[in-house]
Design a protein around this ligand. Structure first.
Ligand code: GLU
Length: 258
């Protein structure tokens, strides 16, 4: 049988979904519902955790900023304003299904401290038992510049390791990892990256445009981390969330460590 995103999702029991700022704010605001629709469909027979960015991007237009702030205190203040708004959007979206979100904000310190990490795991598992969708973001208002996860791809990989997820779905603005930046001629999507497989010769770009910090570089780093702890990773475009569980789509599959 040829494996694709449908079979990879259907065989998973515990799934972490990660969505970035640019996918659910501004002109892509409506895609938040697509993510929630997918999460709710998967919740029928799987344990699902969502890692969502978007706090700072949500707050900026509310207080009249057109670009990402440069200084830490303003970013932290914006994250505090935007996180509340972001969660109310998730709450409204989940209410269409009679479900609730549970907000969990984490820092690097939390996950590197055994007791805090165990408590976070306990809370996440209880939320799942309560049929609530846990929604995780970095606790941006208290994280300092030096120890930030920096990008939620990394946070999502660490969460996947914490909960021993068998699948991490990394949503992105691109459909897959490409052999060279997708805007260049001759760029081909890479369908499978074997565990610890070499990506020599693949041109991987980082980006920190707009509100997201990421690009293919952080996706690959996060996928490496997740696969090393036994989690398979699907990298695909956010728009594919509409039927990712029922229809084959272009994606990159990062094979987990056996
Ligand atoms: N935690 C940040 C936010 O919600 C985003 C971090 C990232 O760019 O991944 O705004």
């Amino acid at each position: 049988m040829k494996l694709n995103n449908v079979s990879r999702i259907s065989s998973a029991k515990r799934v972490v979904i990660k969505v970035g700022s640019s996918s659910i704010t501004g002109e892509n605001e409506k895609q938040l519902d697509l993510i929630v629709d997918l999460a709710v469909r998967l919740m029928q027979d799987k344990e699902v955790i969502l890692v969502s960015s978007g706090a700072i991007a949500t707050a900026s237009p509310i207080i009249g900023l057109s670009a990402k702030p440069e200084d830490l205190a303003t970013s932290q203040a914006l994250a505090s304003i935007g996180q509340a708004r972001l969660m109310s959007r998730y709450e409204a979206s989940l209410a269409r299904y009679g479900k609730l979100p549970g907000q969990v904000l984490l820092t690097v310190d939390n996950l590197s401290d055994a007791t805090s990490a165990a408590n976070a795991l306990g809370a996440l598992e209880r939320l799942i038992e309560l049929d609530v969708l846990p929604i995780i973001n970095e606790n941006d208002s208290v994280a300092t510049q030096e120890i930030r996860f920096g990008d939620n791809d990394q946070l999502a990989a660490q969460v996947a390791a914490l909960v021993q997820a068998d699948l991490l779905i990394l949503f992105s603005d691109i459909e897959a990892l490409f052999t060279k930046p997708p805007t260049q001629p001759g760029a081909e999507p890479i369908s499978v990256v074997p565990f610890d497989g070499s990506l020599d010769g693949v041109e991987i770009e980082g980006s920190s445009t707009g509100y997201g910090t990421g690009g293919a570089l952080t996706k690959v780093a996060a996928a490496r981390l997740a696969t090393a702890s036994g989690t398979g990773v699907i990298l695909t475009a956010t728009k594919n969330a509409v039927d990712l569980d029922t229809k084959p789509h272009t994606h990159t599959w990062f094979e987990p460590k056996a």
